[in-house]
Design a protein around this ligand. Structure first.
Ligand code: SAM
Ligand code: SF4
Length: 326
């Protein structure tokens, strides 16, 4: 079965957030003080999150990414992942993490059936990393990445949010890291989720990121398709590894968008930068799966054809990325 939106796009990818809590406070994602603690009853129980994943897969979702907040801080995450990976018809179970708890959990994640990890890593300099994450320890993340490889997972994709004047001086260092490790580094345009003052000055377009790397190394399009999502992929002509550029703001990849999101509070979102949302919680708690499935199917039809954001203009209601899952 295929889940189609009103623009003829097949929706095959669910980003499922399991918490809005986090053990870091990245400046581009969360306010320094964190976000207000949600009442316990507002957060979906694991069984409810599982039901959403099962229903989504029955409708045609093939890939589920577990995200947050930081998914590895939620108690019970490993057995939950084991149950998600057992869902009949799910082809890809992947997870995005900041890597802080990865060294201790990598083996459990692999055993639970997680197939691949994305690890957020915005600087290779301990001080800059600490400043961006407001206290994070770079070495812990690097240990986590190595632990994932040691337990037999594919090398995590490393996600760097590029911010002018903060970490853009490290773009080439990250490309070098991709070559040394033979892994993929994805450079993500800084998105003005919270529309904080000065976001335009911090923004560096994907095109510029590409040129900075292409002026140092010969690149070829890698032809990644399928579930790779909005990243434009390139490989190095003379070395293993590759890069991805995610031009979430300046790019026009909406035509190929295949995703929906559900937050830890059970709110379905059809597009990060559209304000429409559907609260699945009451339907889930009434216990009628068919109603949840029908509501999700109808909701997918409301997915906008494209977002209206540009590098100079944002129209959405400000939000905290950790509350949605990136
Ligand atoms: N805590 C996990 C992590 O950091 O990987 C998962 C949740 S985080 C919200 C998911 C992704 O969203 C991360 O790769 C993060 O870098 C990205 N993200 C958060 N805020 C962003 C922003 N303002 N612009 C671009 N990417 C952002
Ligand atoms: Fe936490 Fe991830 Fe947001 Fe950083 S990007 S504050 S690690 S949820």
């Amino acid at each position: 079965m295929k889940l189609m939106d009103a623009h003829g796009r097949t929706i095959s990818y669910l980003r499922l957030s399991v918490t809005d809590r986090c053990n870091l406070r990245c400046s581009y994602c969360m306010p320094e003080a964190g976000i207000a603690k949600s009442p316990h009853a507002d957060i979906l129980r694991f069984e409810e999150l599982e039901q959403i994943a099962e229903i989504a897969v029955s409708l045609g979702i093939e890939k589920v990414r577990i995200t947050g907040g930081e998914p590895l801080v939620r108690k019970g995450i490993v057995p939950f992942l084991g149950r998600i990976s057992a869902i009949h018809g799910l082809n890809h179970l992947v997870l995005t993490t900041n890597g802080i708890r990865l060294a201790e959990l990598a083996a459990d994640l692999a055993d639970a059936g997680v197939q691949r990890l994305n690890v957020s890593l915005d600087s290779l300099r301990p001080d800059t990393f600490r400043a961006i994450t407001r206290g994070g320890e770079l070495a812990a993340v690097l240990r986590g990445v190595d632990a994932a490889v040691a337990v037999g997972l594919p090398h995590p994709k490393l996600n760097m949010v590029v911010m002018k004047g903060v970490n853009d001086g490290e773009i080439v260092d990250f490309a070098l890291l991709a070559r040394e490790r033979g892994c993929t580094v994805r450079f993500i345009e800084y998105m003005p989720a919270g529309r904080v003052e000065g976001w335009r000055e911090r923004f560096l377009p994907g095109e510029e990121i590409y040129h900075r790397i292409a002026s140092r190394f010969d690149l070829l399009p890698s032809g990644d398709g399928g579930t790779a999502g909005p990243a434009k992929g390139y490989r190095f002509c003379d070395a293993p590894g590759g890069i991805g550029i995610i031009s979430a703001v300046s790019g026009h990849f909406c035509a190929g968008c295949n995703r929906i999101r559900v937050t830890a509070r059970g709110i379905a979102r059809s597009c990060l930068f559209a304000d429409d949302a559907l609260d699945l919680k009451p339907l889930l708690r009434e216990g009628n799966r068919d109603d949840v499935a029908a509501a999700l199917r109808r909701f997918v039809l409301t997915k906008p054809g494209h977002h209206r954001m540009t590098p100079g203009e944002a129209h959405h209601t400000p939000f905290t990325m950790a509350g949605i899952g990136g």
